[in-house]
Design a protein around this ligand. Sequence first.
Ligand SMILES: Cc1ncc(COP(=O)(O)O)c(C=O)c1O
Length: 447
Amino acid sequence: MAFSRFFGRGRDAPPAQPPVDEPAESGDEQESEPDVTDVDDASPEAASQRSWRERAEAVLPTGASTGSKRAVALWGDDADADLPTHLLSARGCRVVDVQGTSYVDCTMGLGSVALGYGEPRVTRAVVEAVTEGHLGALSSWREVELAERLHTLIPCAERVQFLKTGAEATSAAVRIARTYTGRERVISCGYFGWHDWSSDAAGVPAAVRSATQRVPFDEVAALERAVAEAGSDLAAVVLEPVVERAPSEDWLRRARELCDASGAALVFDEIKTGFRVAPGGYQEVCGITPDLATFGKALANGYPLATVVGRAALMDAARETWISSTLASESTALAAALAVLDWHEEADVCATLAETGRELRAAFERAIAASGIGGVTIDGIDPMFLLRWDDAVREARFLAECARAGAIVKRGAYNFAAVAHDEDAIQEIEAATSSALVALADWERSR
Ligand SMILES: Cc1ncc(COP(=O)(O)O)c(C=O)c1O
C-alpha cells in the first residue's frame, strides 16, 4: 500500500513522512500519479492541484462525513482559505491541522472526548485490545464486563446493549419502546442524530415524520398537551434532559408521571450528559429514573461506542425485534470505555469537567467584558457551554480570528470542557479570544 498516495498529494499536504519500514512497491502494484492535464479542475482526479478542503468538497457530497466538521459548519459561509479544516494529529486539548499549525481545541471531538485526545491510559487499553485481536467469531469478554459495570453506575441500567453511534442507540431505544408497548407514536425534545424517526430532513417519509411530535424544552403544558393528543398510541417520550440549560425538576417529574399514567416509556438521551455531568448521566443528578436511556460520546473518550440501557422488562423486548450491528462488540471501543470507567472510579472526572468548564467559561466572559463588544452571550452549563451571537457575520469573523490566534471555538453549538484543559490552555484560550475580539472591534470600526 503506497502511503504516498495519501500523503504525497494535495497543495497543502501535511508534513508527515511515510513510515520508514514501508515495504517497497512492486512494479505491478505501483500506481502512477493521475494525469491531471485533461481532467476537470473540480474533480477528485485533480487532487494534486488543490487544498484538502477543495478535495473534500469534490469527493464528499457534503464536504465532510461529520456534518459539524464541514468548512461551512466550522467557520460559516465564505470561510477564508487559511482556516483549518483537516486534522493531522491531536493530543490532550490540542489539535494540529494538515498545515502543521497547532490549536487549543474547545470542541473536543464534539464532546466525545472528555479526558483528552490520545489519553495514555485509554490508548494503552485500545492498543492492548488491538494486539489481542479486537474482533473474531465470538463476542468480546469486554462486552460483558462493560455491561456489568454500566449496570452498577447508571440508575436505570438493568440491561445494556451496545451500538456504535448515538443515533443508533437512540433509534434502538425507540424501537424497544415501540416493541414493548405495541404502540407507534413518539414525543421528543432534543437532538438525536440523523435517523428517520427523529428527523425532518428531506428523504424522510411523511408517515415516519408524523409518528414523532416535537415539544419545546422544559414546557410542562406543551408536554401534557402532546401526551393527551397521542392518547393510547404513545410509545415513548424521548427527552434530552439538558438543552442549553438544566430543566426545571417539574418537567422531568411530570414526564415520568405522564409516562407512568399512559403506559409509555420515558427515554432520556444522555449521549452528551452521560459521563459528563455525572457518570450515570442527568438521571443521577435529578433523581428521576427513565425506563430507557442512551449513552455515547464521553463513554469511550472518542472511540466509537454507544449504548442503550434500561429496565429489564423493556430491554428484554429487544429479543422480540432485531437490533444488531456487525461491529457493535468489537473490542477497541469497549476497551476504551473500560479505561474511561477506571478513570471515573479513581477520580471525580465530572467534578473536574464542571470546574474546568466554569474556568473556561469565565475566561470567555472576562475577554468579552474587557473588549466591550456586545451582541454575544454565553449559554449552557459549565461542562458544555456555547457562545450565542446576534449576527452570523460577526460570529464568523470572531471564530476566524480565534483560530488565527490559536484557538478553535465552536460555531453555534457547545464547547466542551475536558480534563486536558489545563491552566495554560485556559490562558491561551482567553488570550486568543481577547485578541479575536479586538480584531473584530477593529474590523467593525473600519467598515
Ligand atoms: C443528545 C444527542 N443524541 C444523539 C446524538 C447522535 O449521536 P451520533 O452523532 O453519535 O450518532 C447526538 C450527537 O451530537 C447528541 O448530541
